[in-house]
Design a protein around this ligand. Structure first.
Ligand code: NAD
Length: 497
């Protein structure tokens, strides 16, 4: 009998009655770590009813009290960071150092949620007309839902539920079925921090469970992070059912290399940003655009990439781990094959890499292509593996046009010594997150995570001030107090007097 991942409903960790269970596999060995139940319709109804009920009291808890609980939560997460990272490494295959980063980037959002009294402050203007004041305030929405991907099982749930709950909402998390043990540990610590029962619930499953949430009349808002096709489905269905929806989706991130950049910095950052976490980051660099003579650095890049080694999570010499699943590996291998058939030059091919003694792991070694053309499938699709494509252009303007034609707009960066080139790039590139000599420009949580085009569906983005707007409704009050002034007749105009 394998470990069963519990649901978390109405403040209790409970075993699901579902007969449909999915295996949670160690990606280096395929050994089953636990079984994940696909929650029944009744269980989901119970979670929603409990969250709806809890909302009535949670929304009345003063913001400073909610912030105090959040402070306790961030302290517990910090205390348990290594232990959470170890669980995370085992179920994702990420190296321990990278897993710690995943947890840390989530803790930063919880720190941000501790500022909720200031973040929720409204606006006031005295005397909008004579002796009339207008002020606005924000109030929570009700029951919110988060659907999260496999690739950051600590950070991405923490992008969502702490801020939603700090705003006074209650929350139902549907974590990735591929690595649910990490989010469950986050939930255990949430309980330990002292949050009241019903404020957070967890259900597990896949499309069927998500669809029940998307169409349920008691759900007010949906946050989703995952692939673009699934994001489109979530956005369409959620909005059709009149919910507020934000979907952070797939990517194809370009790094522009100017000939005046520092060559060694370029090579080091390109290797880390393309194959780190086995390329399974939505902000990974997957295309390097060499401008002018910088194309001559390709040989040195190939040499450096060849030194990046996949390995086990607890091997300090490993650069990155296996892919999440055999299906993910097969998809990456088939795209590599297709790239070769389409005529791109495969300068380094990691397709046959196997870690000695771990033949069943989902390994793919670093892979580098040159001579990639924009119409090729490897350029059009998100690969989500340790594969870097390179394209050569003559000018910065050409590089920017290429990036702007790509359907995705999550992240991009430029490496250069020229302020003028950087300024041109930041102004003209149509991508939501731009790095200047920073390869993976993921904003810290006081800003928002702002993908564009097919990398995002919705209008308010994840975390930062935008998330507070997403998880709240604004109410605007216009107020007058009479001071025994002379009473005139009715005012028949729309004007405030
Ligand atoms: P995924 O889309 O397969 O799954 C994401 C979530 O959706 C999971 O919880 C899954 O159970 C659920 N799901 C899957 N298929 C569904 C369906 N048909 N209907 C309803 N729900 C469904 O994504 P993944 O493979 O777990 O994660 C990788 C993807 O996430 C990549 O495309 C990556 O770029 C993207 N991502 C984006 C960001 C961002 O901020 N833009 C961050 C991280 C990951």
């Amino acid at each position: 009998m394998h470990q069963q991942v519990p649901l978390f409903i109405n403040g209790e960790f409970v075993e699901s009655q579902s007969s449909r269970r999915l295996p949670n596999l160690n990606p280096a060995t395929q050994l089953i770590l636990a079984e994940v139940p696909c929650a029944t319709r009744d269980e989901i109804e119970q979670a929603i009813a409990s969250a709806k009920d809890a909302f009535q009291t949670w929304k009345e808890v003063p913001a400073p009290e909610r912030a105090r609980l959040m402070l306790r939560y961030q302290a517990l997460l910090k205390e348990h960071q290594d232990e959470i990272a170890e669980t995370l490494s085992q179920e994702t295959g990420k190296t321990f150092a990278d897993a710690k980063g995943d947890v840390w980037r989530g803790i930063e959002v919880v720190e941000h949620a501790c500022n909720i009294p200031s973040l929720m402050m409204g606006e006031t203007l005295e005397n909008v007309a004579r002796e009339i004041d207008t002020y606005s305030m924000v109030q929570p929405l009700g029951v919110c839902v988060g659907i999260t991907p496999f690739n950051f099982p600590a950070m991405i749930p923490l992008w969502m539920f702490p801020l939603a709950i700090a705003c006074g909402n209650t929350f139902i998390l549907k974590p990735s079925e591929q690595d649910p043990l990490t989010p469950m540990r986050l939930v255990e610590l949430f309980v330990e921090a002292g949050f009241p029962k019903g404020v957070l619930q967890v259900i597990h499953g896949d499309r069927e469970q998500v669809d029940q949430l998307l169409t349920h009349p008691d759900i007010k808002a949906i946050s989703f992070v995952g692939s673009a096709p699934v994001g489109q489905h979530i956005y369409r269905t959620g909005t059709q059912h009149l919910k507020r929806v934000q979907c952070m989706t797939g990517a194809k991130n370009h790094m522009v290399v100017m000939p005046d950049a520092d060559k060694q910095q370029v090579i080091n950052h390109l290797v880390g940003a393309s194959v780190g976490a086995a390329g399974q980051r939505c902000m990974a660099i997957s295309v390097a655009v060499f401008v002018g003579n910088s194309r001559e650095w390709l040989d040195d890049l190939r040499t450096a990439m060849a030194q990046a080694k996949p390995g086990l999570w607890n091997d300090e010499d490993a650069s990155f781990g296996p892919l999440i699943s055999p299906q993910a590996k097969q998809r990456v291998l088939s795209l590599i094959r297709e790239g070769k058939q389409e005529g791109a030059n495969c300068l380094l091919d990691g397709s046959d890499f196997v870690l000695p003694d771990y033949p069943d792991g989902n390994w793919v070694g670093p892979t580098l292509f040159s001579n990639v053309q924009p119409e090729m499938k490897i350029y059009q699709e998100e690969i989500f593996g340790p594969v870097l494509l390179t394209i050569q252009v003559d000018t910065l303007e050409e590089a920017v046009e290429l990036i702007n034609r790509n359907p995705f707009g999550n992240g991009t960066s430029i490496f250069t010594a020229s302020g003028g080139a950087a300024r041109y790039f930041q102004h003209h590139v149509q991508v939501g997150q731009v790095g200047i000599n920073v390869p993976i420009p993921v904003p810290l949580p006081f800003f928002s995570f702002t993908g564009w085009r097919n990398s995002f569906y919705g209008d308010q983005h994840a975390y930062g001030k935008q998330a507070v707007r997403f998880y709240t409704e604004t109410k605007t009050v216009t107020a007058r107090w009479f001071n025994n002034e002379a009473v005139s007749g009715p005012n028949m105009t729309i004007q405030l007097k």
